[in-house]
Each structure stands twice: as C-alpha cells, then as structure tokens.
Design a protein around this ligand. Structure first.
Ligand code: GDP
Ligand code: MN
Length: 396
C-alpha cells in the first residue's frame, strides 16, 4: 500500500523524525486557512503548495510551488487542485490532484547554506536484510545518480537482531559530510527513520530530499512510503490511509474478488493459475505476435464462480481481442475447470471475443472433450504451441 507524502510524514513525525510541517487542503479556501495556521504555529511567511498524488517528480511537473503570500497560496492551490499532473513517473495523461499539502517554507536563508540529501530504508533482497541507502545527491532522482555517479551512493546494512547501531548512524552522518549540530541531528534522524520503517512494517521509506536547513536542522521535506500489505492485519489504523482514487479501478475490483490482477497494455486477455505459468503464458502470447492485456492469476480454485469473475474483469478492458485460458491441473482437476469455463460462459450470455482454452494435467482429456462437446464458441488446446498457434490465428 502506497501512502501520500503527508501520511508518510505523519508516521515519521510520530517516531520523532523531524519533518517539514504542513496541513492538507482540498480547496483554495482550506489552503489559505492552512497557511494562516502554519504561520501562527511556525512563524513561516512563505509556503510550498505540494500536490498529493502517488507519484514522484511532482516538482518537475509543476505540482510543487512556492507561495510568498496568502494571495499566491490561494492562486497556486486553486491551480494545482483539480489539475491532471503529469510527471516523469505518471502516464502521459497524468494523475488528477484531489488535495494539496500546504507546507512551511524550510529553505529560508541563514548562517549556513542549505543542502539536500537522499536517504531511504528498504529491503536488500540479495542479503535478506534491511538497509539504509543514502547519498549526498539529494533532490535528484536516485536512478540518475546510480547511473551517472554510483560512487556517491552509500549503503548501510542493518543486522535484524541488533537494529541500527550508533556507529552506523554516525557513519551515515560522516559520509554525508556533516559536522557539529547537523551531524548529531542526522544520527538522530537516521535512527528514528529506521525505527519508523521497522515498526510500521514498511517495505520502503524514501526521503528525497532530506534537508539540512540554514540553521543546521535535519528534516524530511518529502516522504515516499510503502507499507507491506501482508502486515496490514496488525495495523488496522493504517487501513484508513488507503486512497483508492490513486489505484487502478479495475485492479481494486479484482483484488476484492480475490484475483491477482495487473492491468497491461496489450490485446490478449490471460486467465492462468499460478504466477509462474502466468508469466510463461505472457511470453507465449508475445511469441504468437500478441501483447498480453493483463496478468491474471486465478489461484488454485479455478471454479465456475472465479472463472466468471475473471472473465468479467478481463472483458472490462476494451482492448482485449482474444482470451487465452491456460490452466495446469495439479491440485485442481481440469474437468472441473472446463465445467467452470462452460458454466461461466453460459452465465455471461454473449462473449464477443474468441476464447482459447488450454488445460493440461489431471483429467486434461476429459476436459478437452467437455469443451469440444459443449457447442460453445471456445477453442481447446492441450499443448502450449497449439495454444500459441490458435492465438496467432485469431489475431491475424
Ligand atoms: P517531488 O518532486 O515529487 O520529489 O517533490 P518534493 O517534495 O521532493 O519537492 C520537490 C522540490 O521542491 C524539492 O526537491 C525542493 O527543492 C523543493 N521544495 C520543497 N520544499 C520546499 C520549500 O519549503 N522551499 C523551497 N524553496 N523549495 C522547496
Ligand atoms: Mn522528492
């Protein structure tokens, strides 16, 4: 589950991580009220208006703007809320902005120069350990830093038994070139950030930029947070943080039906059991000259109800020109799946697109006969290649 910047910052703050303070607003009036409140609480005269969408690179797309007075707050908030924000991380049509974070300006001038860093906590799948990844090159996207100046990215692996140790937090602050107050602030920042990551069962906390202010405070200016879905049962309070408007509507619906569905750009709908077979099926479709329209794992119990649910989800995509059902009957018997396909097909009334069913494994022969004798406009196949040829034929 991905969070908005303001939600991520709330979690950080609750673990003692210093943040750029802000208040969420849904319209220009609320934005002005938020700005007034922030001025009263922090003394800031300037505010940054930040689009709240699940995508990075908002600054580049015009979704982060500085307002130097209340009139500008009103203007900029009015302009950003409701816009389709296009950033390097969104599709070409962009994402609709429903709300903004009105934040205090923290790049004020002072005794020292401000500087921006990159700090994230994530799982290193290679070692199976959490690590802190950090860089002096804050504010830029980390992929570019990794490509152009990889020596400026550092990592600190954390032993799960001990958690982050004081010398590790000091090493981060040292490698970032800090000293004095800022050095101490950074050790505290990193330690609390790591605690927030572990305690919230996150799979990512990416803070870019982490800012050293002109008076040597270290704070999170941005927060990209992903909570591990598998942990949500023990974070009931986080369930409210989910913003379904940010997710693909069709994926949300599939999820509610217990289907593993990922929307893709192609023309052949896939219904498969098992993620590995689903991926092999997508390869097969490509080889046959098609493009998969989706990834769909119906799971182990491919009965009529699930097959029907899967049909309905796949057919919501107008780009689908054919459906390939590829089921391996290991635990589930192929004849049951075949019956499921036939029942679902009859239930659905009229399915316009050609359907190719490949059933292999237990009772595959009975299944093929069921499909062939059903009188329905469904093509059966037992071999992979045969299924590919049939896909190719219907696309031609
Ligand atoms: P992103 O573009 O989606 O990553 O959004 P960020 O939250 O990282 O903001 C983008 C950029 O806006 C930052 O890299 C900063 O340079 C700038 N920014 C953020 N907060 C302030 C602020 O308080 N004052 C000023 N002047 N710039 C800010
Ligand atoms: Mn950022």
């Amino acid at each position: 589950m991905n969070l908005h910047e303001y939600q991520g910052k709330d979690i950080l703050s609750s673990f003692g991580v210093r943040i750029q303070r802000g208040i969420v607003a849904k319209n220009a009036n609320e934005a002005v009220a938020a700005a007034k409140q922030l001025t009263a609480e922090t003394g800031t005269g300037w505010h940054v208006i930040k689009a709240q969408v699940h995508a990075g690179g908002r600054g580049k797309g015009g979704g982060v703007k500085l307002a130097k007075n209340l009139k500008e707050v009103e203007e900029i908030a009015g302009q950003i809320i409701g816009m389709q924000l296009v950033t390097p991380q969104t599709s070409a049509e962009g994402k609709k902005v429903h709300q903004v974070l009105v934040a205090e300006d923290v790049y004020y001038p002072g005794e020292t120069e401000t500087s921006e860093f990159y700090v994230s906590v994530l799982l290193n799948r290679g070692t199976g350990r959490n690590m802190i990844m950090y860089s002096t090159e804050g504010g830029m996207d980390i992929e570019t830093v990794a490509e152009e100046t990889p020596h400026l990215i550092f990592t600190e692996e954390i032993d799960p038994a001990t958690g982050i140790l004081p010398f590790q937090a000091r090493r981060v602050a040292f490698n970032l070139g800090l000293e004095g107050t800022a050095f101490k602030e950074m050790t505290k920042f990193v330690t609390n950030l790591y605690t927030a990551y572990v305690k919230s069962d996150a799979s990512l906390f990416e803070i870019n930029p982490v800012l050293k202010t002109s008076d040597n405070k270290i704070m999170a200016v941005d927060a990209k947070v992903t909570i591990d879905d598998n942990s949500l049962f023990r974070h009931k309070d986080y369930l409210d943080l989910r913003d379904l408007r940010e997710e693909s509507a069709i994926e949300v619906e599939a999820g509610a039906l217990g289907l593993n569905y990922v929307d893709l750009d192609g023309n052949v709908g896939c219904m498969v059991n098992g993620a590995g077979l689903a991926m092999a099926t997508m390869d097969l479709i490509k080889q046959a000259g098609g493009e998969p329209a989706n990834f769909l794992d119906v799971g182990g119990t491919a009965d009529a109800a699930r097959v029907e649910a899967a049909f309905r989800i796949i057919l919501k995509d107008p780009a689908v020109k054919a459906i390939l059902i590829n089921i391996f009957g290991g635990i589930v018997r192929c004849d049951r799946v075949a019956q499921g396909v036939i029942d679902a097909y009859k239930n659905m009334g009229n399915i316009e697109v050609p359907i190719i069913v490949r059933l292999q494994g237990t009772n595959a022969d009975i299944a093929k006969k069921l499909i062939d004798d059903s009188g329905l406009d469904v093509m059966s196949a037992t071999e992979f290649q045969e299924a590919a040829d049939k896909v190719q034929a219907v696309l031609a």
